[in-house]
Design a protein. Structure first.
Ligand SMILES: [Zn+2]
Length: 129
């Protein structure tokens, strides 16, 4: 005849075994990874001075363009390129579609040109004095 305490311990042990099994499954199952995911190369992510988690792999992320509101997809490959080749910040994400990104780049180039023009002008005036 088992005491109530022993029985409770057995139940507890069984429950522990079960959680151990499930967590092991969750860790080792690569099958749950999306088909079109791309493995992350952590050696290429070291520029991110972060103690937070870095992704094990990238998956396509749907997003809405900030400027024109069109539905876009930031693909896993583009993310890998951005984080590992361009060394983009791990916390930065795509916010604009290709078209608006181009426009934004042009706007920046234009702004820089205006800024430089202004500097040259100022400089020229100083020289003229
Ligand atoms: Zn757009």
């Amino acid at each position: 005849m088992k005491s109530g305490k022993q029985r409770r311990l057995e139940i507890k042990q069984k429950r522990l075994d079960r959680t151990k099994k499930t967590s092991q499954q969750a860790c080792s199952s690569k099958a749950s990874r999306p088909l079109n995911s791309v493995d992350a190369n952590h050696g290429e992510l070291e520029h991110n001075n972060t103690y937070g988690p870095v992704p094990l792999f990238y998956v396509d992320i749907p997003f809405e363009c900030r400027d024109c509101g069109s539905d876009e997809l930031w693909t896993a490959k583009q993310q890998k390129w951005w984080y590992e080749v361009v060394k983009g910040d791990i916390n930065s994400v795509a916010i604009r579609c290709k078209k608006c990104r181009k426009l934004e780049q042009q706007r920046k180039v234009e702004a820089r040109k205006v800024h430089l023009d202004g500097l040259t002008k100022k400089h020229g005036e100083q020289v003229g004095l």
